[in-house]
Write a protein that binds this ligand. Structure first.
Ligand code: GLN
Length: 194
């Protein structure tokens, strides 16, 4: 299975290694043409304003929207989740705006407040070790969005058809079950986009 990892900034290498360990062929995506032939794309954590500016610069906002419209699955983690959202509280930063949700950036506190919790996730049989780093909260979601996990009262993992968004960083653990779940989404949702 061919999956891309957006490699403009942030934790893309860790996603790449985890997907490769599950047998994927991984492409680092820096330009729209790198999306050709992929069934899925991971947008990593990092700094959403920086990644968004670079997406504008390289024509990737349109490129990724077209990729999704043609059947590609997308998973945004942390900054990547922010970039998928239709609404970002108090910000007009560039975004894909594909997933019907409102997010609030840095909503769990400052860098020193990064933490790990064992998260119950719908569809996974065991608790997932979720690492939160200056993470966003998903404040509200549209009618077509399924909430897959909450930490205390905050929504932290959602799915809307072939879009997945997590507030936390599943690539920074040695648990690949969410990557496997995303691969299953890619498998069922799409044919290779050409
Ligand atoms: N705070 C970052 C942002 O707003 C996200 C942090 C992360 O991806 N770990 O973009």
């Amino acid at each position: 299975m061919k999956i891309g990892v957006l490699a403009l900034q942030g934790a893309f290498r860790e996603h790449r290694l985890m997907l490769e360990s599950l047998g994927c062929t991984v492409t680092e995506v820096r330009l729209p043409k790198h999306l050709e032939g992929l069934v899925g794309l991971v947008i990593p954590g990092g700094e959403s304003t920086t990644i968004g500016k670079l997406m504008v610069q390289y024509g990737l906002l349109e490129g990724i929207r077209d990729f999704h419209a043609a059947g590609g699955a997308i998973w945004g983690t942390c900054a990547g989740a922010i970039l998928l959202a239709t609404e970002i509280e108090a910000s007009d930063q560039p975004r894909l705006g594909l997933l019907d949700m409102r997010v609030k950036r840095n909503a769990f506190g400052r860098q020193v407040d990064s933490f790990e919790v064992a998260l119950e996730i719908k569809g996974l049989s065991a608790p997932f070790p979720a690492v939160f780093i200056r993470a966003p909260i998903i404040e509200s979601v549209g009618a077509n969005v399924e909430v897959l996990a909450k930490h205390e009262d905050a929504i932290v993992l959602v799915r809307q058809e072939r879009l997945l968004a997590s507030s936390f960083h599943p690539e920074l653990t040695n648990n690949s079950s969410l990557h496997a779940l995303f691969m299953a989404m890619c498998d069922s949702s799409s044919v290779a986009v050409s």
